[in-house]
Ligand binder design. Structure first.
Ligand code: SF4
Ligand code: SF4
Length: 193
């Protein structure tokens, strides 16, 4: 595959790249993008940028979608683990359920995908969700600012990604690949029937 070099001479070149990504997707769709850094970029910014470039270089649509989805989930998981917004205690009970003395431990409740050590699936919608209690008591991240989410999902896929609570990964990927809003609303919910 022919290569296209992306030179990063100054920090703002990365933002400029993002602004032009829609155009690059058309002009360089058959090319492999290769980054050449000529300036120092922070670790986080570099990681985010390289994820976008990696997604660009995957030319198979479904393969790229899987990469985008799993990378987003990994990033959100890492953020949740680092910040523990829900303040889970050693029993796995979150701050809301402790404060309200409910019989539940967390949003996961009786979800069949809840394992001994937490969620056994890669569910972006669940990770993305914060209850009213958390939203009013804490500064929470806006995951819709995740660049892979912004640049590599269609509006329908964004909706599907944030709508599928208590759902296993393979079912979410099925809907995402199908990428059809009406079909999702009317038929896809019958996946398990
Ligand atoms: S799928 Fe959602 S509700 Fe179920 S265990 Fe995972 S995070 Fe919890
Ligand atoms: S979002 Fe709220 S209810 Fe859900 S696990 Fe976190 S604190 Fe508990």
């Amino acid at each position: 595959m022919k290569k296209k070099i992306i030179n990063i001479n100054k920090k703002n070149d990365i933002n400029n790249f993002y602004h032009l990504l829609w155009l690059y997707k058309i002009i360089y769709r058959r090319r492999e993008l290769v980054i050449k850094y000529h300036t120092k970029i922070s670790k986080d910014k570099k990681k985010e940028f390289e994820e976008i470039i990696h997604a660009f270089n995957i030319k198979d649509k479904n393969e790229r979608l899987e990469y985008v989805y799993f990378t987003m989930v990994d990033n959100v998981n890492a953020d949740l683990q680092k910040n523990n917004y829900c303040e889970f205690d050693e029993n796995g009970t979150c701050i809301f359920n402790r404060a309200k003395h409910t019989k539940w431990k967390s949003c996961c409740r009786k979800c069949p995908y809840l394992g001994e050590h937490g969620c056994t699936e890669n569910n972006f919608a669940c990770k993305y969700f914060f209850c009213y209690y958390i939203r009013t008591h804490k500064k929470i991240p806006n995951y819709s600012r995740i660049r892979l989410f912004r640049y590599y999902l269609t509006p329908t896929q964004k909706f599907i990604c944030t709508d599928n609570f208590w759902t296993p990964t393979k079912e979410i990927l099925f809907y995402l690949k199908n990428n059809h809003f009406l079909s999702y609303i009317t038929h896809a919910k019958k996946f398990n029937e």
